[in-house]
Design a protein around this ligand. Structure first.
Ligand code: FPP
Length: 246
């Protein structure tokens, strides 16, 4: 029996974020090169997007490429960019068919021009879709995101567009790349690593963290269901006492 039947449909996390890790190790384990791992990883992306859409998750944010990943060998970076283009090209029709809005967060200026313009095209052609928002974090780093927000807010303070005393959480939220998203409810990281690696630092303040040993290419719909069931068993108190919450 699928674990899907054990999910409470009235307590689905609104925003799931995933650090997709372990493509390289997966490939090594079966004697293939890292590229094969990334290819297999892109299949997991398709499955997880489909599962989240079916469950009614409002937002799914995937860490596809970090600012630190620019330090990888050029050949691997090129392959990742190519995979991204291929996947988007293949999926554009599906995104529209399934009413999924596609967005990106990160420093896109560092990406090859062709990738930049394709990402813009897919974002534009899906902008009115309402069922789920799929965000890819590409060339993304949370500290950089926060620094950019501080700079913009500082500039607005200097020009009297915001007063210092009015800076609060919502002002910060509005100046992050993720201004259009709710806070993260569930953060998943695959491959057994228990780190956040500079992903959505501000947005995960109250997120439930879920770590699994599964390598990303092995991560299936059932694994996602298991993560959600685990999430639903937790008591989210947001700093309150158990009695207050219940
Ligand atoms: C981590 O595995 C994964 C990445 C750095 C890239 C994620 C990319 C994909 C899942 C494929 C394409 C993406 C899309 C959105 C179609 P790793 O290389 O760090 O693995 P390792 O830690 O085992 O070496």
């Amino acid at each position: 029996m699928s674990l899907k039947n054990k999910i409470y449909i009235d307590n689905i996390p609104k925003h799931i974020a995933i650090i997709m890790d372990g493509n390289g190790r997966w490939a090594k384990k079966i004697g293939k090169n890292r590229n094969a791992g990334h290819k297999a990883g892109s299949k997991s992306v398709e499955k997880v997007v489909e599962a989240c859409t079916e469950l009614g998750v409002e937002a799914l944010t995937l860490f596809a490429f970090s600012t630190e990943n620019w330090n990888r060998p050029k050949i691997e970076i090129n392959l990742l960019m190519k995979l991204l283009l291929l996947s988007l090209n293949k999926e554009l029709e599906n995104l529209n068919k399934n009413n999924i809005r596609f967005k990106t967060i990160g420093d896109l200026d560092r990406l090859p021009k062709k990738v930049q313009s394709y990402l813009k095209k897919v974002s534009k052609e899906t902008q009115n879709n309402t069922r789920m928002t799929l965000t890819l974090a590409i060339s993304y780093g949370a500290r950089e995101e926060i620094i950019n927000a501080i700079k913009t807010i500082g500039d607005k303070v200097k020009n009297n567009l915001i007063s210092l005393k009015n800076i609060d959480e919502s002002v910060i939220n509005q100046h992050l790349y993720t201004h259009y998203l709710p806070d993260v409810d569930l953060l998943i990281r695959t491959s057994g690593e228990k780190r956040i690696s500079n992903f959505l630092l501000w947005q995960i303040a109250y997120a439930e963290l879920y770590f699994t040993k599964k390598l990303w290419p092995d991560f299936s719909k059932e694994d996602l269901y298991e993560a959600i069931i685990n999430y639903q068993k937790r008591e989210r108190r947001f700093g309150k006492t158990s009695e207050q919450v219940n």
